[in-house]
Every structure is written in C-alpha cells, then in structure tokens.
Write a protein that binds this ligand. Structure first.
Ligand SMILES: [Zn+2]
Length: 293
C-alpha cells in the first residue's frame, strides 16, 4: 500500500501537548504502514505567522525524534497555485464572487453548523452596487458521506448545514478549505490523521475535491486534548508549550491519550519509544472522537 501522511501545524506559536498528540498519531500511523510523512506549514494567512515559529516547531519535532521525508512545504509559497485553482472554479461557474459583508450575512442567514448560512445573495451575479469581496463555492443540495477511521461514519449536507462557503477570503488570502485541499492533492497525501476540530470541515473538503476531480485521502480524526474547563488547548496557552530537554514523558502521555497499549517500562530514549510505538500502534484503540459534527 502507498501511504503518504502529513502534519500541518500553523506557525502561530509553539507546539503544545495537543499538537504533539496529533503529530504522534499521524507519524506513528505512517511509520506503522511503512509510509512517508511530510511536514507542511499552514501559513496561508501570513499576517498570523509568528516570527521564529517555523524554526521553533522544527526544533521541537527534531528533539522529539520525528523525521520527515522531504523538505517542509509552506502554504505561503503556493499563492499562485491557489489563485489558478480559484480562477478555474470561477471559469467553470463552480464558484462566484460575493460582495456581502459578515454583518449582512448575519442579519439574514439562518443559523448553520459553522455560523450563519449564506443566503445566496450574489449566487447569480453581484447585485448592483456591490463590489466583489470574497469568492464562494457554489454548493448543491446533496449529502456528503464518508467513514472516518476513528470517528466512524460522518455525513453532512453542506448546502443545508454550511451553505456556499468562502474559498477566497475578503482579505485576499485563500481560505483554509481551498488551500488544504490543493496541498493534499499536489503532495499526493493518501492518509490524513488530525484533530477532531477539523472533522466538521472535512465534508467541505470532500465536496471541493469532488468539484476539482481530485482523489480523496483517507481521513482519521483523533479526539481533541482539552484543558480542565473542556476547552481545546491553544497555542496562546504558553504555559503548556512542550519542553525540549525531556521529551519522553510527553511522548508517553500522548501515546496513552491515544488509547494505546503500555510500552515496555525500561524505555529511556526517544528512539526506543518510536521503534516500540511503530510496532505496537493500533488504530482500533484510538478513542472515538464524538460531538464535533
Ligand atoms: Zn454575497
């Protein structure tokens, strides 16, 4: 089996335990399947990139014993490619310019899974007096279904639950949904293992892949690491940044969080952790991520 996985952090801060869990899951799954594992920096919105964050993430991953199969890619290097795909979708009338502000949509859009549904104002051309702001994908009324490796069957009617969604933002940046689909396609990613916060947007990505004629990766969403209040850990929470001088306890904690069998107690080095983890990794033991779609 060909296996190409990836880890795609945003360089907006330091890695924390939640990002480590996602990295451990995707890396171990790749190693277990004798696959490749790529790194990509999700920095499509360059204004959010924190100076030094890319180097910090690379240093952290290196200290934790991760090895990537190729030079890391960056979304900020692919602006022209995203634009070419946007142009293609517009030419094929699969997407349209929208001149609505967030306020206008909030005023009339009925509630959806991810904010108010787009009311369709500019679907058939920009109304008089409106200038183009964003680009939206034209979404038809059909249900997207897939089976997530860890979360089980997922279905979503993107039109009814999300609406025509933004693929180029009003600030000119490609939207995450478009960038990630293009990235996974040109990198020939076969398996996506990531946090369950992205489970809800996966049907949008499948929809886009279908419109663009791309192949679908296999998806697996792992449960999110939450703080004591039930909130997803964020990069802003500096206190939870990983310490580099003693990576083993964090690796073992990530392994345990992923529901895996206990490793030999005499592991003293990260290389022993990775060889044991590769051998013993059991996707069936990953806890089910629920409540995200
Ligand atoms: Zn509009």
């Amino acid at each position: 089996m060909t296996y190409r996985g990836r880890f795609a952090p945003s360089p907006t801060g330091r890695l924390h335990f939640g990002s480590l869990v996602a990295a451990v899951a995707s890396y171990t799954d790749a190693l277990h399947h004798q696959g490749e594992w790529l790194l990509r920096f999700d920095d499509v919105d360059e204004t959010r990139t924190l100076p030094g964050a890319v180097d910090g993430i690379l240093t952290t991953l290196d200290a934790f014993g991760f090895e990537w199969s190729a030079e890391p890619a960056s979304q900020s290097d692919r602006v022209d490619l995203y634009q070419a795909i946007l142009d293609r979708l517009l030419t094929e009338d699969l997407a349209f310019y929208c001149g609505c502000s967030r306020k206008e949509i909030e005023a009339v859009g009925r509630p959806g899974t991810d904010g108010p549904l787009y009311p369709g104002t500019c679907r058939n051309g920009l109304p008089r007096g409106k200038r183009p702001r964003s680009i939206r994908l034209r979404v038809e009324n059909k249900t997207v279904r897939f089976v997530d490796r860890f979360a089980g069957p997922v279905q979503q009617n993107v039109a009814q639950q999300i609406g025509d969604f933004v693929i180029r933002r009003a600030d000119g940046f490609a939207a995450y949904q478009l960038a990630v689909v293009v990235d996974d396609s040109i990198e020939n990613i076969t398996h996506v293992v990531r946090g369950a916060d992205l489970l809800e947007s996966t049907p949008r990505q499948l929809y886009l892949q279908q419109q663009l004629g791309f192949t679908y990766p296999v998806y697996g969403h792992i449960p999110l690491v939450r703080d004591a209040c039930g909130k997803k850990l964020s990069k802003d929470d500096a206190a939870r940044a990983l310490t580099l001088n003693n990576p083993l306890p964090s690796l073992l904690a990530a392994w345990q969080f992923l529901g895996q069998v206990s490793l030999a107690s005499d592991i003293t080095h990260v290389s022993e952790f990775w060889s044991e983890a590769t051998r013993l990794w059991s996707p069936a033991r990953v806890p089910i991520a629920t409540g995200e779609v």
